[in-house]
Design a protein around this ligand. Structure first.
Ligand code: PLP
Length: 396
C-alpha cells in the first residue's frame, strides 16, 4: 500500500510515522524494506509477550481452527477459564465481564457505579470523580470521564455526572451526597506516565470505603504485570471495588475486562457484548496469562524490569540538559523532556535510527516495551537511542 492510500482512504485521526512493519520477534520488528527496529512501545503497552510469539500464535490458530465465535447466549469455556484466572491472579473476590477494549471496560465500570448508586441510598447517586490529567477512553462517556479538558472539544453534549479533581488529595473536597464513585489510574498512562502518591491513594481508598463510595481503578494500561505485579493495585496495596483491564491481556488480540467486587450488580440484559470474551480472544488471553504467570514467578520479569530501569536511568543521566526527570513504575517508564518540540524530534529521529518510542502527555518520552524484552534488545535499543541523541545535537 502506498503512503497516499493512507491519506485517501483513512480518516486523519493519527499522526503516522511513514513506516509499515512486516514481522516481529519479541521486541524486534522489521519493516517492509527489511530494516530492523527495537520496539520500546509495544503498540502502546499492548504486546506484553512480544511480537511473533510462537506459543500465542499457536494458541490462536489452534482455537481458530476449532471455533472462533458463538454468542454469549452459550457457555464459552475459555471465557470462564479466563475469568477464573484473572480473579485468582488478582486475589480479589470479584466477577468479570468481557468486552473488546479499554474504553468499553470503563463504560462497564461506569454502568456498575451508576446502578450501584440507584440501588443504595434514598437518592440516586450518580457522580463520578476522576482526575484532571486522566485518560479513560474515546467513547462519549469515557471521554467525558477523561479529565483532560482539551479532549472534550467538539463532541458534546456529554452525559452529566463527571467531576474532576486536580489531584488525589483534592478528591475528598469534591465528594457530595450524589457521589457514587471515584475513577483513577494509579499510573497515568496518557497523562505523562505519572504515578499517583501511594500514601494518598491508600488514604483515599480507606476514606471511600467508610463513605460507601466505589473505588474504580482503571488498569487498562497498568494491569497484567505492566507495573511488576499482576495489578498496579497490588503495588499500591489497595483493594478496589471495580477494576478495568485491556491492553496487555491479549497481547494484541482485542479484549477488555471489567471486574467487580459487587458481584450481583448486573441482572440479565443489563449489559452485553457481541464479541466480548469469544473463543478467540479468551484463548489468546489464557495463553498470555500462562506465559506471563510463569515469567513473573520465575523472577525473570523483575530481573528484566530492573535491567530496563537501570539502562534507562543511565541513558537519561547522559543528557541532563534534555531529560529532567525519570517517572513510572516497572515496565511503564517515562522521561520528562525539556519541551514538546525536542520530544517530537527525538521520537522522529529514533524511528530513523531504528528504535520505537512514543509520547505521553505534553513532554514525556514513554517506554512501555514488551514485558518479555531481552537484555540484548534493551542494550541495542539504548545504543540506538544514544545515536539518536547524537543526531539530535547535530539537528539543533
Ligand atoms: N484507559 C487507559 C488508562 C488507557 O491508557 C486507555 C488507552 O490508552 C484506555 C482506557 C482506552 O483503551 P482502548 O483504546 O483500548 O479503548
Amino acid at each position: 500500500m502506498k503512503q497516499t492510500d493512507f491519506d485517501t482512504y483513512l480518516l486523519p485521526t493519527y499522526k503516522r510515522q511513514a513506516v509499515s512493519f512486516e514481522r516481529g520477534e519479541n521486541a524486534t520488528l522489521w519493516d517492509s524494506e527489511g530494516k530492523e527496529y527495537i520496539d520500546f512501545a509495544a503498540g502502546v503497552a499492548v504486546c506484553s509477550v512480544g511480537h511473533g510469539n510462537d506459543r500465542l500464535a499457536r494458541a490462536i490458530s489452534d482455537q481458530a481452527a476449532k471455533i472462533i465465535h458463538v454468542s454469549n447466549l452459550y457457555c464459552i469455556e475459555p471465557q470462564a477459564e479466563c475469568a477464573r484466572r484473572i480473579v485468582s491472579l488478582s486475589g480479589y473476590d470479584m466477577k468479570c465481564f468481557f468486552g473488546n477494549s479499554g474504553t468499553e471496560a470503563n463504560e462497564g465500570a461506569i454502568k456498575i457505579a451508576r446502578k450501584y448508586g440507584e440501588r443504595n441510598g434514598s437518592i440516586k447517586r450518580y457522580k463520578i470523580i476522576t482526575l484532571e490529567n486522566s485518560f479513560h477512553g474515546r467513547t462519549i462517556t469515557a471521554l467525558k470521564a477523561t479529565g483532560q479538558a482539551s479532549k472534550h472539544d467538539y463532541f458534546g453534549p456529554y452525559p452529566d455526572g463527571f467531576v474532576y479533581a486536580a489531584n488525589v488529595e483534592e478528591i475528598g473536597s469534591l465528594i457530595d451526597e450524589y457521589t457514587v464513585a471515584v475513577l483513577i489510574e494509579l499510573v497515568q498512562g496518557e497523562g505523562g506516565v505519572q504515578p499517583l502518591n501511594p500514601v494518598a491513594v491508600q488514604r483515599l481508598a480507606r476514606s471511600l470505603k467508610s463513605k460507601d463510595i466505589l473505588l474504580i481503578v482503571d488498569e487498562v494500561q497498568t494491569g497484567v504485570y505492566r507495573c511488576g505485579s499482576f495489578l498496579a493495585s497490588h503495588v499500591y496495596g489497595i483493594t478496589p471495588d471495580v477494576i478495568t483491564l485491556a491492553k496487555g491481556l491479549g497481547s494484541g488480540v482485542p479484549i477488555g475486562v471489567v471486574m467487580s467486587g459487587i458481584k450481583d450488580i448486573f441482572s440479565n440484559g443489563d449489559h452485553g457484548s457481541t464479541f466480548g470474551g469469544n473463543y478467540l480472544s479468551s484463548a489468546a488471553a489464557n495463553e498470555v496469562l500462562d506465559i506471563l504467570e510463569v515469567y513473573s514467578q520465575s523472577g525473570e520479569l523483575a530481573e528484566h524490569q530492573n535491567y530496563f530501569e537501570t539502562s534507562l536511568e543511565r541513558f537519561a543521566s547522559e543528557y541532563p540538559g534534555i531529560f529532567t526527570e525519570r517517572v513510572g513504575i516497572g515496565m511503564m517508564q517515562g522521561l520528562r523532556v525539556i519541551d514538546g518540540d525536542t520530544l517530537s524530534n527525538i521520537i522522529d529521529l529514533a524511528v530513523e535510527t531504528g528504535v520505537l518510542v512514543i509520547k505521553s502527555g505534553k513532554n514525556t518520552l514513554r517506554f512501555v516495551p514488551p514485558l518479555t524484552i531481552s537484555k540484548s534488545e534493551i542494550d541495542e535499543g539504548f545504543r540506538r537511542l544514544n545515536l539518536t541523541m547524537l543526531q539530535l545535537t547535530e539537528y539543533y
